[in-house]
Every structure is written in structure tokens, then in C-alpha cells.
Design a protein around this ligand. Sequence first.
Ligand SMILES: C[S@@+](CC[C@H](N)C(=O)[O-])C[C@H]1O[C@@H](n2cnc3c(N)ncnc32)[C@H](O)[C@@H]1O
Length: 217
Amino acid sequence: MLRVPDLTKQQRRSRLEARLLESGAESSHEAWGERKHGVIGAMRGTVVELGPGTGVNMRYYAPGTKVIAVEPNPVMHPPLQSAAEKHGVDLEIRQLDGAAVDVVDESVDGVVGTLLLCGVDDPGRVLHEAHRILKPGGTYFFIEHVASRARTANRRVQRVLFRPHRWLFNGCEITRDTAETIRRSPFESVDIDEVDRGRPALWVRHQIAGTATKAAQ
Ligand SMILES: C[S@@+](CC[C@H](N)C(=O)[O-])C[C@H]1O[C@@H](n2cnc3c(N)ncnc32)[C@H](O)[C@@H]1O
């Protein structure tokens, strides 16, 4: 007899989110692959990735890198594990909130968060945690979509699509000023590039990428 899984609405939505993340992986790779290869691929030692989702960044780690994946949504865990195995990443998944990570102070070499701060309740708190767990001189690498400039056509599009996008992507908000949040975080040095990914990305076309570095002692 065919067994119909008893999925809650939340689980169904999470599965849809996982499929959308995987289907967007190639266009994200076209836009950001080179930079991710450069920064993520250079990370050594132990790295914490916050909100890795289905594991779109696993392809960029050097094989054998130890990655602690802080991913609260268990629906993401099987594809994340498969991606890590495919790319030879030494993965440990922890089902936690990035705002309260059970990693000791100043113990990791790098932290990665891509398309993360748009969907967490308290982005400032998550950045505080990233800073806390990094060794002195360590780097937080980020890519985020951000609010388009006020009073532009694109900002109007974002306003219209704000609620459906937030529903589809489990609370992700497309009008956050994440660059400002990162600049106000405890990181001592911040480099941010602003990129317009153009019309195909429409309501998430304005993105930022960069690194935030903890002072060396
Ligand atoms: C839009 S997805 C991005 C996934 C992946 N990083 C990427 O670049 O495609 C956001 C991910 O962050 C996770 N997430 C949401 N809230 C979180 C939190 N408080 N702490 C850590 N991860 C969180 C979600 O479960 C989801 O997997």
C-alpha cells in the first residue's frame, strides 16, 4: 500500500524552499562562484557555516575542510549531507539557531553566512555570535540580498512581493539594510561590495558580498 507521508504545512513549505534553493544554485554560482571559490576555498582549519540550507556552498570548500553546519531546519539536512559527501567536506550538522551557537569562544578559523541575515529574527545577535566564536584575525564571509534604494521602481517591486517572498522563504525579508547591520556589528574591519545582479534576479537583484574581520590580537 502506498504510504502518504503526514507532512505538516511547515514541512511542505520547507521542502518547497529547499527545492527553490537548489534550483537557484546554478545562477548563484554564475554570479558568485568565483568569489566563493576565492574566499571559502581559502578557509582552512574549522569553519562554521550558518544557515547552509541544502549545501550550495559545499562545492567551494577545499576537500577535507571541517565544517560545522548550523542549520535549524531539519528538512535541509539530508541534501546538505549529500552535498558535503559529494565534495569531500568533513561535515557536522547542528540543529541550532545562529543566534545561540554551542561553539566555544575564539575557536574557529572562519564563519560563512550566505543569504542568511535576511531571514533570522535578530541579525545583530547572529553577527555577535560569529564574532564571538572566531579566532582573532578570523573572517566572516557573507553574501546577502538587500533593500533596493528608496523611491526606485525596484523598491516598489520589493514592497509588493515582500509578503509572498517572506512566506515562501520561511521569514526571509527582502527590504533589510543588512550592510548597515554588518557595519554596526562588533567586527573591527568590514569590506562590502554592492552588486546589481540585474533584472533576472528582480526583487533580490541588489546584493552585497564581503568579509568582516575580527581584530588580530
Ligand atoms: C535563504 S536560505 C540560504 C541557504 C544557503 N546559505 C544559500 O546561500 O543558498 C536561509 C537558510 O538559513 C536557515 N536559517 C533560518 N534561520 C536561521 C537561524 N536563526 N540560524 C541559522 N540558520 C537559519 C534556513 O533554514 C535556511 O536554510
